[in-house]
Design a protein around this ligand. Structure first.
Ligand SMILES: O=C(O)c1cc(=O)[nH]c(=O)n1[C@@H]1O[C@H](COP(=O)(O)O)[C@@H](O)[C@H]1O
Length: 243
């Protein structure tokens, strides 16, 4: 999934962080300009896979954000099941370790191939964008600096055969330099200057995130919670086109 030739609008992934399929469909239909949607834990746990069919019927790209984290056998089974839905991107936690990461990729590729589908690109979540340096050090007791820890996790993902990583845009430039041009970097923690941060801690503006090396920006509430989501999406696209 090389992103070099994508228009700014195609680099924005909008999360369907809503409680029902009905709410998801309303959002999808309100924002026909959005080409790439994310289905995450809230919607998948509440409503299962039916929304994936809705997105396929509308020819949208799908990021299934399940953040799998378990023993290798369990992660591999879940990754295979996810691959059979024909999604484009799938998340696992980098902290699964190399055995879990490699097994997930192999299981997903085998399952998709057997079903005649394109395998998903599996990307590893490094350090959640809601975690700050203080939390990492004092609650999670990780004894190295946050950027170095995120980089190590991304390198683990790359060396385990994964396609890319999820990281804060604040780490994107370093990950891009070390992991190379073809390593897919998906960045949440993106906030236009006019939006509130909410629970996100390590943020950057959309233009700064792309300049830092992100391939895709996950932007939720600044669009979906805006009074006018269409205007908010177009405002962000406009800012990216000017940058
Ligand atoms: O994997 C993700 O997508 C993810 C990783 C991360 O570190 N931080 C993060 O916010 N996300 C997701 O990105 C989206 C961000 O949404 P907003 O904060 O509303 O823009 C949510 O759906 C999160 O689940």
């Amino acid at each position: 999934m090389r992103s070099a030739n994508l228009a700014p609008a195609e680099r924005i992934i909008v999360p369907l962080d809503v409680p029902t399929v009905e709410a998801a469909v309303a959002l999808i239909d309100r924002l026909p300009q959005v080409t790439f949607w994310k289905v995450g834990l809230e919607l998948f746990v509440s409503s299962g896979a039916s929304v994936l069919q809705v997105l396929k019927q509308r020819h949208k790209r799908i990021f299934l954000d399940l953040k799998l984290h378990d023993i290798p056998n369990t992660v591999a089974g879940a990754a295979a099941a996810a691959a059979r839905y024909g999604v484009d991107l799938l998340t696992v936690h980098a902290t699964n370790g190399s055995a879990g990461l490699a097994t997930a990729q192999t299981a997903a590729t085998d399952a998709a191939t057997a079903a005649g589908l394109m395998p998903p690109q599996i990307i590893a979540v490094t350090v959640l964008t809601s975690i700050d340096a203080r939390t990492l050090a004092f609650e999670l007791k990780v004894p190295i600096e946050l950027p170095e820890y995120a980089l190590n996790l991304a390198m683990l993902a790359r060396d385990s055969g994964l396609a890319g990583a999820v990281c804060s845009p604040q780490e994107a430039s370093q990950l891009r330099d070390v992991c190379g041009r073809d390593f897919v970097l998906v960045c949440p923690g993106v906030r236009p200057s006019w939006a509130i941060k909410g629970d996100q801690k390590r943020v950057m503006t959309p233009a700064a995130a792309l300049a830092a090396g992100a391939d895709y920006l996950v932007i939720g509430r600044p669009i979906t919670a805006a009074a006018d989501p269409v205007a908010a999406f177009e405002r962000i696209c406009g800012e990216l086109e000017l940058s």
